[in-house]
Write a protein that binds this ligand. Structure first.
Ligand code: DX5
Ligand code: ZN
Length: 230
């Protein structure tokens, strides 16, 4: 993926009383996609939105939808998100005995398939999946909640994942999710991140409008990317 670094907004951090208003503001701010955290209270100790919310929002915007499945037995939910018309689905390596089968299920449906790994999961688990995925999601917090502190070893892991992708010689992208802050984003990008998921850390920031925060994270991304080219 040799495109500029993209920024997705984590919708669990949006204003749930005004989702449409937030989406309009994110659109005008030039956000690249909307990230939906789907939780089942089992794989992670929290609940968020389900099919109906994502389906309703699908009717009001053309932005790419990225569904992050933090659920046990993800195979049971993939086809219904495909039907809704999402563009990316990530499946956690830790959430199923047969992650390869689940990834294939996403790919065979024509949707970009992402394998997600928790902070404690070593990067080598992706080696035999890389030829079948479109991307790898490196979680830099333990999934389940917004507003958590980064796990620094997982930020280092981004570089390891990047190296494995290079060694295998494919063009899988790296998505990073969890405390993607203004301060940490440059290191994440230098380590190889291609898509940043911003929640309370860089998009839905207290005291800033969505246009201000998206502008700021974009500027940081642009400065970092220019630095990389030198
Ligand atoms: C955590 C979610 C993230 C989260 C990111 O389980 O996957 O998308 O909302 O939000 P912040 O930026 O607050 O870490
Ligand atoms: Zn997420």
């Amino acid at each position: 993926m040799n495109e500029p670094v993209k920024i997705f907004a984590s919708m669990m951090c949006a204003n749930w009383c005004n989702l449409e208003r937030d989406i309009r503001e994110l659109e005008s701010a030039g956000i690249d996609g909307l990230h939906f955290d789907i939780m089942d209270g089992h794989f992670v100790p929290n609940l968020t939105m389900g099919f109906d919310v994502v389906r309703s929002l699908r009717q009001i915007t053309q932005l790419p939808f990225d569904v992050h499945l933090m659920v046990e037995e993800p195979e049971r939910y993939i086809d219904r998100f495909v039907e809704i018309g999402v563009q990316f689905i990530s499946v956690h390596f830790e959430s199923t005995y047969h992650v390869h089968r689940a990834i294939k299920q996403v790919k065979d449906a024509g949707v970009s398939a992402i394998v997600a790994i928790n902070p404690a999961t070593p990067p080598c688990v992706i080696d035999y999946l890389l030829e079948d995925v479109d991307g790898v999601l490196v979680m830099t917090v333990n999934p389940g909640f917004a507003g958590q502190k980064v796990v620094l070893s997982a930020v280092r892991k981004i570089a390891d994942v990047k190296e494995r992708i290079r060694r295998i010689g494919n063009d899988a992208f790296i998505q990073v999710d969890g405390n993607v802050s203004f301060e940490l984003a440059p290191t994440m990008i230098r380590n190889g991140a291609n898509i940043l998921v911003g929640g309370t850390s860089s998009v839905f920031v207290k005291g800033m409008s969505l246009s201000e925060s998206v502008k700021k994270i974009r500027q940081i991304v642009a400065n970092t990317v220019v630095g990389l080219r030198v």
